[in-house]
Design a protein around this ligand. Structure first.
Ligand code: ATP
Length: 294
């Protein structure tokens, strides 16, 4: 299937500094919610600006929907950095400015306001909006013209817990509404874990990892276990071929089934005092990859 976005060897340096984006090859499948992860300064915004044509790459190529990027940018909507709106105008009037510039019909405004759940506040001045409402207005603006790819740079930045929850609900809803692909940059791993179908991890300008989220979080569950004789238990498990690490007050057995571990230890006369399945988290995976890259 043709990817919504594909880059090859994308590179950009500012002045003499180490490249902010260094040989980045992304592949964002259509209809994905792609969580673009990385610490502050990792190069996320720079990458997204290159994709949007707001910056020129030093090297590399960008394809949107299988075509040369320049031909397809009209199908891309974006919210990059804090959205600027006119505070003295209403939400509807702000959207109207962009709508007229894009030559769209008036009913587009009602459509995008409904998607971001702002219809009730459309005729209030933006000056009275919360930050979360402003962010949603920015997304409404990005949705004008019904883009096939939506690029949102840190949409939860600065939001309170309610605003973050509203944003999560909105992000999940967007691809359901039609053939839309979402790229959402963030440094909030637990948020991304809740909405993304795919993740890409950028570290110091390089893409360390790109994967469907399922493949990353599934299949490698481990087991936490403890017994009345931890040293003996570790020996039994290692002899049986398991990879065991000792945490401060328990053993961690990689890629294992809890029932099998319990049966093995009990057969050897061990008394279990603790047994839980240890699910991998995006945060754990993130830190492991960063540590490996160091
Ligand atoms: P953040 O979450 O803080 O925005 P980021 O991952 O989006 O981080 P970028 O904003 O892409 O990171 O920045 C990557 C690096 O490039 C940083 O070291 C930054 O200082 C540098 N940089 C970005 N834009 C410019 C610019 N216009 N001129 C010079 N350096 C820049």
């Amino acid at each position: 299937m043709i990817a919504a976005l594909e880059t090859h060897g994308l590179t950009k340096a500012f002045g003499k500094a180490a490249p902010a984006v260094n040989g980045v090859s992304l592949n964002v499948p259509r209809r994905a919610i792609y969580g673009f992860l990385g610490a502050n300064g990792a190069g996320k915004t720079t990458t997204l600006k290159l994709v949007l044509g707001l910056l020129r790459a030093d090297a590399g190529s960008i394809r949107l929907f299988g075509q040369e990027a320049a031909r397809e940018r009209g199908r891309v909507g974006s919210l990059i950095e804090t959205p600027s709106s006119y505070d003295h105008l209403t939400g509807r009037e702000n959207l109207d400015i962009t709508r007229i510039l894009l030559g769209l019909e008036r009913r587009e405004i009602g459509r995008v306001l409904a998607i971001v759940d702002l219809a009730h506040a459309a005729d209030q001045r933006v000056g009275s909006y919360s930050l979360g409402m402003r962010q949603r207005l920015g997304i409404a603006r990005a949705l004008l013209g019904d883009p096939r790819l939506l690029i949102l740079d840190e949409p939860t930045n600065g939001l309170d817990p309610d605003g973050i929850r509203d944003m999560r609900v909105l992000l999940r809803r967007l691809p359901e509404a039609g053939d839309v692909t979402l790229i959402v940059s963030s440094h909030l791993l637990s948020e991304v874990e809740q909405v993304a179908t795919h993740v890409g991890l950028l570290h110091r300008g390089r893409l360390l990892l790109e994967s469907p989220l399922d493949a990353l979080l599934g299949g490698i569950a481990s087991v936490e276990v403890d017994t009345d004789d931890r040293v003996r238990a570790a020996t039994i498990l290692i002899d049986a071929g398991f990879a065991v690490t000792a945490a401060s007050d328990k053993l961690l057995v990689a890629a294992a089934d809890p029932a099998e571990i319990a049966a093995l230890l009990m057969r050897e006369g061990q008394r279990l005092s603790h047994l839980t399945r240890h699910r991998p988290s995006l945060e754990g995976i993130y830190h492991r990859h960063i540590a490996l890259a160091a």
